[in-house]
Design a protein around this ligand. Structure first.
Ligand SMILES: [Mg+2]
Ligand SMILES: [Zn+2]
Length: 195
């Protein structure tokens, strides 16, 4: 049976915005992230991370670090009873340093490749999906994918909301303080809601 998904940005949305997470010590979950993801788990939503990690192409850190960070993320969340169903990331950047990752790809957000990849791996009810993120690129991803975008005010969110969105043709469908508030809002509206 198809399930709806919530596609979540990683840096600035699930974990603290620290610029490039170029060391495992820079990965710190934001307060409420585990509770938010647990709420998705308990309400029939797939919890899927979609993240740009161009630091790989730029030569700032190896791709193995990205996997290590994701293992840490899953472990920290699991400790609080929250499960991430899928993690998809783009290591590319057109003007990078490492030839194998330096290209124009179809997965660097706001391009929609990561969501397409997730749809190949999971049976997703695309009618009822959301994208949650802290940047205009996340909202553009939602727009291009015909999904509802929720901007969180953590990470770059507050700044993008004030200074960038006024000049853009697309807007967030909804704005929330943080991931937990965004997920509570989704779940409350959901026909599957048990909260
Ligand atoms: Mg972000
Ligand atoms: Zn890519």
């Amino acid at each position: 049976m198809k399930k709806p998904a919530v596609f979540m940005d990683r840096d600035g949305t699930v974990n603290e915005q620290m610029g490039y997470i170029n060391h495992i010590s820079r990965f710190v979950l934001l307060p409420g992230s585990a509770e938010a993801i647990r709420l998705l788990n308990n309400n029939g939503y797939l919890a899927i991370i979609v993240s740009n990690q161009s630091g790989v192409a730029r030569g700032y850190f190896p791709i193995d670090l990205v996997h290590e960070v994701h293992d840490r993320m899953r472990a920290l969340l699991e400790r609080d009873g929250a499960t991430v169903d899928g993690v998809f990331f783009c290591p590319h950047y057109p003007e990078g340093k490492l030839p194998e990752y330096s290209k124009t790809c179809n997965c660097r957000k706001p391009r929609t490749g990561l969501i397409k990849k997730a749809c190949e791996q999971f049976e997703i009810d695309l009618e009822n999906c959301y994208v949650i993120g802290d940047r205009c690129t996340d909202m553009e991803l939602a727009d291009r994918s015909d999904l509802k975008g929720i901007l969180v005010k953590t990470g770059y969110g507050r700044g993008d909301l004030e200074y960038v969105f006024p000049h853009l043709p697309y807007k967030p469908f909804h704005v929330a303080e943080d991931l937990l508030e965004a997920v509570r809002w989704i779940v409350k509206k959901s026909p599957m809601s048990e909260v």
